[in-house]
Design a protein around this ligand. Structure first.
Ligand SMILES: *Cc1c(COP(=O)(O)O)cnc(C)c1O
Length: 420
């Protein structure tokens, strides 16, 4: 008897009806619903194919043209292509495209640049920071001494004088900018000046605004940052994974060894191919137009939500994401997010700055225009969506209203098909 089932090399998903049914369900969920979760986007068929390619079979360790295993000629070419494109996209001298995720990019940089117990000044998760910047529940939180900074109560923004005081008091070895729920533009030059004053390195994690940086629509972290990290599947609209970028050749070994063997083993070459594909797309003029629309759509949605009486944290946004404070409406983020999901609008509950409520039932919602813009929605559609959001969050128990919105969501999605 053959050791392979019939169709092993030819059949595809038909060979596994149970899995296929769930995948078809997921495709339909994406096609028929509106994705407003900031950590998601909708990739091209090209990125899907690159990431689902035969590179799944290839194992390599080390950097291109200096691998431990043989048979790496095409893997080398693909990774070198991804590195070249990343450097061009972000106008920097060095790139490592191997991190399996944004968290791994950050952990690898910390491992390469810091010693156990060194002090890191990074944004509090309660104020919009990301857990991979030293949350106590993570390895980074255990291995380094974390001093968290937040935002000011009045402006809901990072205030450099407060940050400077913390830096002078704690003498960090690394200052980290960037987070997952911080909509305003960050003053990278101001933060670098503080880092220089206390002798710290300065890192920017641009996961949520990398696409805008690449297209000149958000302040550029270089030349201010010593090192920049990002995910590649949020605002970069590409493969799952992370990247590290830098300019100073004296950091090469520390960063590269920090990623491998520091926090990872072999390269996920299929994801690297997906990164090469999305960086190639990001170098085209259409990606600039996409990012202009991301910003215009986010601002239009925030303004329309404010007109409906919802409070936008910080008064607006400089990137694709925004935070909505629901506390004036007397509804919590968890209840609002569940009702919105029933209406076909995917969002996530989120803490707002100085939230008196717990993370499981916080005061806010986080929304993003990234994915909707990728499927072609413009300002008119985002204003309409804002109206639907307001209707649902003002009456989260009104089943008839939710059903009415769900029908309109389905019909809007049918006019903007994906993977048809
Ligand atoms: C999403 C995110 C990450 C982590 O990405 P994973 O791929 O989930 O590990 C890191 N930093 C920031 C700022 C993020 O938003």
């Amino acid at each position: 008897m053959s050791t392979l089932h019939a169709g092993y090399f030819t059949e595809g998903l038909d060979a596994d009806p149970e899995l296929a049914a769930a995948l078809r369900g997921e495709l339909k969920r994406q096609q028929d619903g509106i994705e407003l979760i900031a950590s998601e986007n909708i990739v091209s068929r090209l990125v899907l194919e690159a990431q689902g390619s035969v590179l799944t079979n290839k194992t390599v360790e080390g950097l291109p043209y200096a691998r431990y295993y043989g048979g790496a000629e095409f893997a080398d070419a693909i990774e070198a292509l991804a590195v070249e494109r990343a450097k061009k996209l972000f106008n920097c001298r060095f790139a490592n495209v191997q991190p399996h995720s944004g968290s791994n990019a950050n952990a690898g940089v910390f491992l390469g640049l810091l010693k156990l117990g060194d002090t890191i000044l990074s944004m509090n998760t309660a104020a919009g920071g990301h857990i991979s910047h030293g949350h106590p529940a993570t390895l980074t939180g255990r291995d380094y001494r974390i001093v968290p900074y937040g935002v000011s109560r009045e402006t809901e923004r990072i205030e450099l004088d407060e940050l400077r005081t913390l830096a002078l008091d704690h003498a960090p070895k690394l200052i980290v900018a960037g987070g997952s729920a911080y909509p305003p533009a960050i003053d990278f030059a101001g933060m670098r000046a503080i880092a220089d004053e206390v002798g710290a390195l300065f890192m920017v994690d641009m996961a949520h605004f990398a696409g805008l940086v690449a297209t000149g629509l958000y302040p550029h972290p270089f030349p201010h940052a010593h090192v920049v990290t990002s995910t590649t599947y949020k605002s970069l609209r590409g493969a799952r994974g992370g990247i590290v970028l830098w300019n100073d050749a004296s950091l090469n070994d520390r960063i590269n060894y920090g990623i491998f063997p520091g926090v990872q083993g072999s390269v996920m070459m299929h994801a690297v191919a997906g990164k090469a594909a999305c960086f190639g797309e990001a170098l085209k003029p259409e990606f600039h137009a996409y990012n202009e629309a991301v910003l215009a759509n986010a601002r239009a949605m925030a303004a329309a939500l404010a007109t409906e009486g919802l409070r936008i944290v910080g008064g607006g946004t400089d990137c694709g994401l925004m935070l909505v404070d629901l506390s004036p409406l007397g509804v919590t983020g968890d209840i609002a997010a569940k009702a919105l999901e029933k209406a076909g609008l995917a969002v996530n509950k989120n803490l707002v700055p100085f939230d008196p409520r717990p993370p499981e039932a916080p005061s806010g919602l986080r929304l993003s225009s990234n994915a909707g813009t990728a499927r072609g929605f413009g300002i008119a559609e985002f204003e309409t969506i804002a109206g639907w959001i307001a209707r649902v969050v003002k009456a989260p128990a009104d089943a008839a209203a939710i059903a009415a919105v769900r029908a309109q969501v389905t019909s809007l999605c049918a006019s903007f098909p994906i993977y048809a």
